[in-house]
Structure formats: structure tokens, C-alpha cells
Design a protein around this ligand. Structure first.
Ligand SMILES: Nc1ncnc2c1ncn2[C@@H]1O[C@H](COP(=O)(O)OP(=O)(O)OP(=O)(O)O)[C@@H](O)[C@H]1O
Length: 271
């Protein structure tokens, strides 16, 4: 069995330049990052602001192309990118990747139902999706996914009229319909209140435990990462400084990783 995701020697540099001037130097946002998920775990990706978390997630999905010489990134054995180029199999690798961002996950003017049904696009002829010609079985699948995340009653509502938490649940339903094997979530609870945030995190745990979906989630709240994830990857200055079980990360180690930002890294869960 190929690993769910494998990242080898991933580096990503950005040019630093003033407007209108040639780049003066390069800055490494990711520096020789390697890790593997051999089974569907819940990985909390943490680290201070600017440590490279989003850059890593975007590299995993092929939205960012890494530096030349970076080793391959594979998802279920298919190459997303290698040596600074997207792989030939990137489209089929993406079919297994679900993505959730902090905001703007859904197309506002489309109904929640249509947004979730768009998760089918990688697996059906595009023209059918374009005209919304879903089969009865597909419609049922969409409604079941909406039911799983608890917002089936909102199916016909335009996405832009949904609350932030409902939109996040819609994005999770879309990943369910897509039958994603790995979910990449970039600060999915950052703009939510603690109660809604908890519900969204619990849905990610459900996806992982009941459906065997691997989850890599960036979180500003270290306590959320420790509570809901079984593995923590901590980044600092673009390097992995911790990769291990959530209960193996001591408060001292966290303070060392976050520095003065540690004060803001906790969102004390009221429960
Ligand atoms: N397109 C870009 N051009 C130049 N620099 C970039 C670009 N994208 C990211 N960076 C830089 O790379 C570093 C890592 O950014 P990234 O967004 O991955 O950090 P992060 O850990 O997700 O931060 P945060 O927690 O604040 O969201 C930062 O210093 C950022 O300014």
C-alpha cells in the first residue's frame, strides 16, 4: 500500500524584492521538510505566524510549486510535484484531496446543495456537473453528506446566506461527497466562535475515525491541536521542529517553539 502522503526534502523559497526592483535575496519559507503519513491520522500543523504552515499545505495540493531539487510529494503513491515541477498525475492526486480554507470555501451565489455536489466533479463527466444534471443516486449522496454534517435543512439556501460555521460544514460535506482520502484544512476554525469551532473539529474527527480520511489541519490554537489531533507537526522558520504524538509535546517545548507568541497560541476551551 502506498503511503497516504509522502513529502521528501521539500524546500520553498520566495524572492524578496522592493516594488519595481530586481529580487535582492531569497527567503526560505520551507527548509528541507520531510514527513510521511502511512495511515489516516489527524495531524495538527502548528507553529508561530510565518513559520510556513500554509505554504506547506499549498505545496501538498500543488497550488505552490516547490524549489528545484525538492524531493517528491506523493498522495496515495501519485506524484503531486517533484523537483520544482507539477507531476503528470497531479489531477488524479487532487481528486483524493479535500480542501477547507479559513473562509470563502463555497461559491456564494450557488445553493449549498450545488456547492456540495461540486465535490463530484473530479469523478463525473464535467458537462453533467456544469448543467447540474445529477443522478438520483448523486443527489442522495449529497443529501446524506449534508445530513452527516447536520445542515440538510439548508440545502436550497444560497451559500452566501449561511453562517461561517455552516459554510465550514458545507466544505466538509463537499469533501465527503468527493470521497477525499486526505483532507487539508487551513485554519478551518479561525473565524468561528468556540462552540461552533468545537463542532467543526468534531466533524473532522468523525471523518477520520468513521471514514478513514487522513486530516492535516493548521491551527492557531495549540490546545485544539492537542485535543483533536493524534499527531503534531510543528514548524519554526520553515523547519520541522517536532513530529510526534500530541501528548509528547511539553509546555516548555511549546514555549520554545512559539517564543513570545505562546500567549496567543492558546484558545482555552471552555468545556
Ligand atoms: N507568495 C509569497 N511571496 C513572498 N513571501 C511569501 C509568499 N507566501 C508566503 N510567504 C512568506 O513565507 C513565510 C511563511 O508563510 P505562511 O503563510 O506559510 O506562514 P504560516 O505559518 O501559515 O503563517 P500564519 O500562521 O501567520 O498564517 C512568511 O514569512 C510569508 O511572508
Amino acid at each position: 500500500m502506498p503511503s497516504l502522503v509522502d513529502v521528501q526534502s521539500l524546500s520553498k523559497s520566495f524572492a524578496l524584492k522592493a516594488p519595481g526592483e530586481a529580487p535582492t535575496r531569497h527567503f526560505k519559507a520551507l527548509d528541507d521538510v520531510s514527513f510521511t503519513l502511512n495511515r489516516p491520522q489527524r495531524v495538527g500543523l502548528i507553529g508561530p505566524s510565518g513559520s510556513g504552515k500554509s505554504t506547506l499545505l499549498r505545496s501538498l495540493s500543488g497550488l505552490i510549486v516547490a524549489d528545484e531539487g525538492s524531493g517528491p510529494i506523493t498522495v496515495m503513491g501519485r506524484t503531486v510535484q517533484a523537483d520544482g515541477r507539477l507531476g503528470a498525475e497531479v489531477r488524479s492526486a487532487r481528486a483524493d484531496l479535500g480542501m477547507i480554507a479559513q473562509q470563502f470555501n463555497l461559491v456564494g451565489r450557488l445553493s449549498l446543495f450545488t456547492n456540495v455536489a461540486l465535490g463530484l466533479l473530479g469523478r463525473i463527466p464535467p458537462v453533467r456537473g456544469l448543467f447540474g444534471l445529477w443522478t438520483a443516486e448523486e443527489k442522495q449522496r449529497v443529501m446524506q453528506a449534508l445530513d452527516t454534517v447536520g445542515i440538510a435543512d439548508k440545502a436550497s439556501q444560497r451559500a452566501k446566506t449561511l453562517s461561517g460555521g455552516q459554510q465550514q460544514r458545507g466544505a466538509i460535506a463537499r469533501a465527503i461527497v468527493q470521497d477525499a482520502r486526505l483532507l487539508l484544512a487551513d485554519e478551518p476554525v479561525a473565524s468561528l466562535d468556540p462552540v461552533t469551532a468545537r463542532k467543526v473539529m468534531e466533524l473532522l474527527v468523525h471523518l477520520n475515525e468513521e471514514r478513514g480520511v487522513g486530516v492535516i489541519v493548521t491551527l492557531h490554537q495549540v490546545d485544539y491541536a492537542m485535543k483533536y489531533c493524534d499527531r503534531i507537526l510543528a514548524l519554526k522558520d520553515g523547519k520541522i521542529v517536532y513530529d510526534g504524538p500530541s501528548d509528547g509535546l511539553s509546555a516548555d517545548r511549546l514555549t520554545e517553539i512559539y517564543g513570545p507568541e505562546i500567549e496567543q497560541a492558546y484558545w482555552r476551551d471552555p468545556s
